[in-house]
Design a protein around this ligand. Structure first.
Ligand code: ARG
Length: 476
């Protein structure tokens, strides 16, 4: 079949291998609805500006609308010989309307046609990924809500460090996901400009109205420069970067889940909704979704890298290299969606073992910092207090005892800081109780139940507002 750019009636001339190599149809068919929407807006503008007779423009727009309905109903077959979906749409329109169909491309080029359909798709992807991210965040909050009082060890260097609560740990994930939501919102805002009417690179000599098409399609404005408009794929990179950071966060949280559900930690179980069995070892429940989300991050980072390298050094304005953007983008979109959906289920299917979590703070001297802080409140300089606490821990290790098991004389013998006449041993021991350790950490952002409850309420309001924003957002 002759391509759009070939002499009418001639054969394609392309070697079949090259033709197959150049075709983007299997990939960009996904932009079918967006191209039709954009083509309808363009045709209507051509009519309004008197570039096409009103009746002709109306007929074109109506036929494109019909094609959209047929596509949605699954009754429109795409000619597999088309170079891409955009060429197919023009060819199909011409098949249906004859001469009138040939008129639709006035005032635009395939370069801005591709750019605008893709941009519309990207904007919607920002919004739908945002929706899935908020669902995942919601799942984290739902679990955290039940565990503001569940004491567990917090770690640094994967060594038990200080007591926290499960809610506090989960809210650390939530803080990262909230930043991700803002990155998606920010990327969506920046992407909100319309390339349509930029032509091949230099606009059009016809009196087209780019403001009108931008407005009709729900964009904030037309893009600022027609060369940039056909060369720019920043929105794609912004999306990939936002997805990469999300994937990094999910991967870290999943690593926590893998550790927590291991036999070694035994902090939690997973329901059947998000764990798998072994083909040979009947006793096993494996956290496969957590591992696969962790694995998918590699693919997502690869997509970002590929998009950056794709554009590095490309001469202005459009180059065919850019055709690669869509396959990379769609893969990112599908991968991050799958990860976010699976993550929400995974988190909802965690069954914390509250007793094991609480008992785990009893081993490892997690209250050692609080020993030092108790002494600071007694007027002892922190470094001296730290040394005193270290001595007390050493004594415990030497005698095979835990801190709460030490008697008054053992405590007093550990360091002069404990040996003063007024040293209140029962008060000191009460101070070291893990529940008390957590409760007094009630600074902004701290693990104290009062603070985590406040933070949960704030995040719930954030989600509600963000969801309303999505509902209010662009059409489509
Ligand atoms: N399928 C191509 C793409 O996605 C269409 C653009 C072709 N434009 C051109 N000047 N050859 O980039």
């Amino acid at each position: 079949m002759a391509k759009l750019w070939q002499k009418a009636g001639s054969g394609s001339g392309l070697h079949p291998d090259v033709e197959a190599f150049l075709s983007s149809l299997p990939v960009d068919s996904r932009l079918f609805p967006e191209d039709l929407e954009c083509s309808i807006a363009h045709a209507s503008m051509l009519g309004e500006m008197g570039i096409l007779p009103e009746a002709e423009a109306t007929a074109i727009a109506a036929e494109l609308g019909k094609m959209l309905a047929e596509f949605e109903a699954g009754s429109l077959a795409v000619d597999p010989d088309s170079e891409d979906i955009h060429s197919f749409i023009e060819a199909e329109l011409t098949k249906r309307l004859g001469e009138a169909g040939k008129a639709v491309h006035a005032g635009r080029s395939r370069n801005d046609q591709v750019a605008v359909a893709f941009r519309l798709h990207i904007l919607r992807a920002f919004a739908s990924t945002q929706g899935l991210l908020l669902d995942a965040l919601n799942a984290v909050l739902a679990l955290a809500k039940n565990h503001t009082g569940t004491i567990m060890p917090g770690y640094t260097h994967l060594q038990r460090a200080q007591p926290v609560t499960l809610a506090h740990h989960l809210l650390a994930w939530a803080a990262a996901l909230e930043r991700d939501a803002s990155r998606l919102a920010d990327g969506g805002k920046r992407a909100d400009e319309c390339p349509l009417g930029s032509g091949a690179l230099a606009g059009s000599g016809l009196p087209t109205d780019r403001e009108a098409t931008a407005k009709a399609l729900g964009f904030a404005r037309p893009s600022r420069n027609t060369m940039d408009a056909v060369a720019d794929r920043d929105a794609c990179v912004d999306y990939a970067a936002a997805c990469s950071i999300i994937a990094m966060h999910l991967s870290r949280a999943c690593e926590d889940i893998v550790l927590w559900t291991s036999t070694e930690y035994a902090f939690m179980g997973l329901t059947d909704a998000a764990s798998t069995g072994s083909s040979i070892m009947p006793q096993k429940r494996n956290p496969d979704p957590a591992e696969l989300i962790r694995g998918k991050s590699a693919r997502i980072f690869g997509g970002l890298q590929a998009l950056l390298v794709l554009q590095k050094g490309l001469p202005y304005a459009y180059d065919r290299d850019l055709q690669e953007d869509k396959e990379l983008f769609f893969d990112l979109e599908d991968t991050i969606s799958g990860c976010l959906k699976a993550f929400a289920v995974l988190v909802s299917s965690l069954v914390p073992d509250v007793e094991t979590l609480r008992d785990s703070v009893k081993e490892g001297f997690l209250e050692a910092t609080d020993v030092a802080e108790y002494l600071v409140l007694e007027g002892i300089p922190f470094r001296t207090a730290y040394q005193a606490s270290k001595e007390l821990v050493s004594l415990c290790i030497a005698s095979g005892k835990r801190l709460p098991d030490l008697g008054p004389s053992e405590i007093a013998a550990a360091h002069p800081a404990f040996a003063g006449p007024g040293f209140d041993v029962p008060g000191f021991k009460a101070y070291l109780d893990p529940v008390a350790c957590v409760a007094r950490r009630d600074q902004a952002g701290g693990p104290a139940p009062r603070r985590t409850k406040e933070e949960l309420a704030r995040l719930e309001r954030f989600i509600a507002e963000a969801q309303t924003g999505l509902g209010r957002g662009r059409k489509g």
